[in-house]
Design a protein around this ligand. Structure first.
Ligand SMILES: Nc1nc2c(ncn2[C@@H]2O[C@H](COP(=O)(O)OP(=O)(O)OP(=O)(O)O)[C@@H](O)[C@H]2O)c(=O)[nH]1
Ligand SMILES: [Mg+2]
Length: 317
């Protein structure tokens, strides 16, 4: 799971990555951003491990892509946007640590930059298609109408991710490299700011907050909770032999997706999954105690995973 950090210069992206990874990573070539794997330090895994006492606990990892910022007055180069589009999620990073920095106004500029970029891109795509239709190289299809609908959405200053789409339209949009079709959220670097909160609400973006230069373990735990929620990610846990482990999944994923995250073989031989809630497991202390109380769910492939589920997959492999 790769998350691009996108924000204007000095918003604190590199400082955030340092606070979360424990080490400062610098890249001096904007087209080769620092790509840093960060372990998600969080308290639930520790609570489970205190009960299970495994030989090994393994935290979930997330990859942060620290994009070099630009001045707000300059705007992002297309090449930088293209790097961001390749990531799974994009976080706008806005500053809230000094009176000179206006995070809410930076957020507004970032938001509009993405909208204008996609408007231009769709206009170019439509023009090219019109040309091809005119010269008999392409038949007019549903795509042109759909693209016009997308354009009108952008003209209303709305991200394409908020458009109702079927899976075919989704993959069509995905193939066009449109940035506003991606899942975005906001990281506020510094103290919480109601003005930034209001903007996030207006733009329909989830947000999380970190004071990157003053973090302690408790704050990091809270931050990851907020971050994952805003990014539309959930955590599930496995207790397998010697190892207790935390994993990430996009929200709405099935137990089969969970199996595939662990290993493609486990997914291929999937039979069923036993699932208990973190709260039930920690209150009762074992899977068997949860089963006795009727608190163990037996799920088929399509069962949905919830944040905090502890999953035991039965597989023929
Ligand atoms: N007080 C305070 N200062 C911060 C915080 N985060 C960053 N700074 C300061 O802001 C400056 C820029 O931080 P960076 O993390 O390098 O910013 P960046 O977003 O990576 O900037 P670019 O790489 O140029 O895009 C540094 O001098 C940091 O010390 C914070 O949470 N609190
Ligand atoms: Mg930086």
């Amino acid at each position: 799971m790769k998350v691009a950090l996108l924000g204007y210069s000095g918003s604190g992206k590199t400082t955030i990555v340092a606070a979360l990874s424990g080490k400062r990573h610098e890249s001096f070539d904007p087209l080769k951003p620092a790509v840093v794997n960060v372990k998600i330090h969080e308290s639930r895994l520790k609570t489970i491990a205190d009960i299970v006492k495994p030989q090994k606990t393994t935290e979930a990892e997330i990859t942060l892509v620290d994009m070099k910022g630009v001045q707000e007055s300059t705007g992002f180069d297309e090449k930088l946007i293209e790097i961001a589009v390749l990531q799974d999620r994009i976080a706008f990073v806005v500053p809230s640590f000094s009176a000179e920095k206006k995070g809410a106004s930076e957020l507004g500029s970032l938001y509009l930059e993405m909208i204008y970029r996609d408007q231009e891109r769709i206009k170019n795509i439509l023009e090219k298609r019109r040309d091809e239709i005119l010269h008999g190289k392409r038949k007019k299809g549903m795509e042109e109408d759909f693209l016009k609908k997308c354009l009108s959405m952008l003209e209303q200053e709305k991200f394409l991710s908020s458009l109702e789409m079927d899976s075919q339209q989704k993959s069509f949009l995905g193939s066009l490299g449109l940035i506003t079709a991606k899942k975005f959220f906001v990281i506020v670097n510094g103290k919480s700011d109601p003005e930034i909160g209001n903007s996030c609400q207006m733009y329909n973006l989830g947000f999380c907050q970190i004071d990157a230069e003053n973090v302690d373990n408790h704050q990091i735990d809270l931050f990851w909770n907020q971050f994952l929620k805003a990014a539309g990610l959930i955590r599930f846990y496995t207790i397998l032999g010697k190892e207790t482990r935390c994993w990430l999944l996009p929200e709405g994923s099935t137990v089969l997706d969970a199996a595939a995250t662990i290993h493609t073989d486990i997914a291929a031989g999937f039979v069923r999954a036993d699932v208990v809630k973190f709260e039930d497991f920690t209150a009762l202390g074992s899977f068997s105690a949860c089963r006795e109380k009727g608190l163990l769910r037996s799920e088929s492939k399509t069962g949905i995973v919830n944040d905090g589920d502890i999953i035991h997959i039965h597989s023929t492999r």
